[in-house]
Ligand binder design. Structure first.
Ligand code: SAH
Length: 223
């Protein structure tokens, strides 16, 4: 499929239509229409790029299902001038969607090969307001914070305190939380003057967050 192939355009429209059954924010739908998801997946799964599924991207990791990308992006309530952190760059797709909606995005990734590949894809597509960084000792990227919004695209066992600290007051964090594969919930955590407010968007299934605030490497309860 070439970029202006009518079949490809139709596949993109169908993906956006499916996401739009749940996601109402037109800006989010427009961003998802504009970011070529097929450029972010390996050639062997490219023909499925616009179906509403998570897909393997190598290193045992996945690009999230479009519906989940849409829901997480909408839940961050972005208006255009935000400074945003993503934890878990993966393919770079979610970062590219965010990049169209905010001022800039800092995205951290723990796996070097994924980080390099994502940075290359983003550069090739001319996305200049995303900085892809290695995951440091502390979860997130405290040195570039505080953030107006944080999206975590790997499941944490509980709400990571280190990331709450990187949110500015009024900021939103959207993240999956759960100790087991079949009991993860997508949460929206808003930092308030007193602490945090938490609401749930329902059940989800994500790959595990590693390192501090995440799961131990040998913990297979979430795999
Ligand atoms: N947002 C991605 C999907 C990410 S899958 C996309 O749009 O394609 C989750 C990613 O989180 C994986 O690539 C995994 O390597 C990464 N990850 C896991 N623990 C991490 C940590 N502590 N810091 C940064 N990235 C982490």
């Amino acid at each position: 499929m070439t970029a202006d192939d009518p079949g490809r355009r139709a596949a993109i429209e169908e993906m956006v239509r499916l996401v739009g059954r749940v996601v109402r924010d037109e800006r989010v739908l427009e961003a998802m229409r504009a970011v070529p998801r097929d450029e972010f997946v390996p050639p062997r799964v490219r023909r499925y790029a616009f179906e509403d599924h998570a897909l393997p991207i190598g290193e045992g990791q996945t690009i999230s299902q479009p519906l989940i990308v849409g829901m997480m992006t909408e839940a961050a309530r972005l208006e255009g001038d935000e400074h945003v952190l993503e934890v878990g760059t993966g393919s770079g797709y979610q970062a590219a969607v965010l990049a169209r909606l905010v001022r800039d995005v800092v995205s951290v990734e723990i796996v070097a090969s994924l980080r390099e590949q994502a940075a290359q894809t983003l550069a090739r597509l001319g996305v200049t307001n995303v900085t892809v960084l290695p995951a440091g000792v502390e979860l997130g990227a405290p040195e570039y914070g505080p953030y107006d919004a944080i999206l975590v695209t790997a499941v944490a066992p509980s709400i990571p305190e280190a990331l709450v600290r990187q949110l500015r007051a009024g900021g939103r964090m959207v993240l999956p939380v759960g100790k087991h594969d079949d009991d993860q919930e997508l949460l929206v955590v808003t930092r308030t003057a007193e602490g945090i407010d938490t609401t749930s968007l329902g059940g989800v299934r994500f790959v595990p967050l590693r390192g501090e605030g995440g799961f131990e490497e040998d913990d297979d309860s979430v795999l």
